[in-house]
Structure formats: C-alpha cells, structure tokens
Design a protein around this ligand. Structure first.
Ligand SMILES: CC(C)(COP(=O)(O)OP(=O)(O)OC[C@H]1O[C@@H](n2cnc3c(N)ncnc32)[C@H](O)[C@@H]1OP(=O)(O)O)[C@@H](O)C(=O)NCCC(=O)NCCS
Length: 176
C-alpha cells in the first residue's frame, strides 16, 4: 500500500507533542473502518457513503498528485479522532507560487480540548512549508477565530460563498 504522501513530511516536533499512544499520519485507505467519516460529521453533513465510494474517492485523491494532503489523528484505541486537509493550489502569480488551503478540520467531540486541533494545523503548516507553499489560508466561522489565532493565523480578508440552486450535476472530469 502506498501512502498519500511521505509520513516524514509531518514534523516530528508535532508528533512528539501528542498524548501517549496517539499518532498523526496521512489518511489511509482503511480509515473508513476507523471512524474517519464520523469525525467529519462533527463539522457538517457527510451523507451516506459506502466503503466502495470511499475507496474510489481515496484513489482519485491519491492519483491527483501533489495536491491533496489529508491527515488524521488516531487515538490509543485505534480510532480516528481528528482530521484535516491541505489542498495545494499552483498559481501563476507570485512567480508560479504555491498556496495551501486548509480545509475540513474536525476533532471528535470527546477529544476536543486536548490540543489535537492545534497539532493538526501545525502539521498542515509544516507539510505546506516542506513542499514549498508561501502561505496557508483558511476560512472559518467567527466562533473559531480565536482557535486559529492560537495556531498563528491572522484575520485578513472577507470570505464569500455562492451556493447553487438545485442538486449538483453529475461529476465530469475534464482531463483530455
Ligand atoms: C475547532 C476545533 C478544531 C478545535 O480543536 P480542539 O482540539 O478542540 O482545540 P485545541 O485543544 O487544539 O485548542 C487550542 C487552543 O485554542 C482554544 N480553542 C479551541 N477552540 C476554540 C474556540 N472555538 N474558541 C476559542 N478558543 C478555542 C483552546 O482553548 C486552546 O487554547 P489554549 O492553547 O490557550 O489552551 C474543534 O473544536 C472542532 O472540531 N470543532 C468542530 C468542527 C469545527 O468547527 N471545525 C473547524 C472548521 S473551520
């Protein structure tokens, strides 16, 4: 089994600060059965996702090289209790610079307050630096602003969204 990305891109300094028996690592294709989707449900609606659908999505993400960096925290019982994504955008501006987008940060309710959220952000920042991003950005709810400030982030712009009416069209892949 090949990993999404090299495990040693997650800073050792982050790993050593985890509670005993916990680990932080790239998302694994077996994490469906370790509670990954249940952790994401802390954040928003996940929907009904079969194991097969999960595997297909995982394989797609893995094939999209140098773009998706999904990490999880596994507790001492072998359950996923935290997760986060770094999505890397290749720009033309800033001399073809790389920007990291932090997405889908979630910690299981029973594990909140143990600095796991902070460790996940530190890990994603470390990976972004390792691969050459000049910054990471994220959007968050007002009530999480202090958390992200404690992770070193500063409020600097307004986030906007446009939710489209009706169900989404079937997914199309444009690669020729
Ligand atoms: C927000 C979330 C990721 C924080 O994770 P966590 O592991 O509970 O937070 P940590 O223990 O790492 O907290 C680190 C610091 O931030 C503070 N903090 C955490 N959440 C906070 C909040 N919502 N408001 C204010 N401070 C907060 C902690 O008190 C701690 O401060 P300290 O270092 O002074 O003790 C977690 O509560 C969560 O999953 N919430 C639901 C999903 C969500 O909102 N995700 C973010 C989407 S943008």
């Amino acid at each position: 089994m090949t990993l999404l990305f090299p495990e040693d891109w997650i800073p050792q300094a982050v790993k050593t600060k985890l509670p005993d028996g916990y680990q932080i690592r790239p998302l694994d294709s077996n994490d469906y059965n370790r509670g990954f989707l249940q952790v994401l449900a802390v954040l928003t609606t996940v929907g009904e996702i079969s194991e097969r659908r999960f595997q297909e999505q995982y394989e797609y993400i893995k094939r999209a090289r140098d773009t998706y960096y999904l990490i999880v925290v596994e507790n001492d019982q072998g359950r996923i209790v935290g997760c986060g994504t770094l999505l890397v955008e290749r720009k033309f501006i800033h001399t073809c610079g790389l920007v990291g987008h932090i997405e889908d940060i979630a910690i299981a309710k029973s594990e909140q307050g143990k600095k796991l959220g902070l460790r996940i952000i530190d890990a994603l920042d470390g990976i972004a630096k390792e691969i050459g991003c000049y910054k990471n950005t994220l959007a968050c709810a007002e009530h999480n602003q202090i958390f992200y400030e404690k992770c070193g982030y500063k409020r600097n712009s307004l986030e906007m969204g446009h939710y489209f009416q009706g169900p989404p069209s079937p997914i199309r892949n444009a690669r020729i």
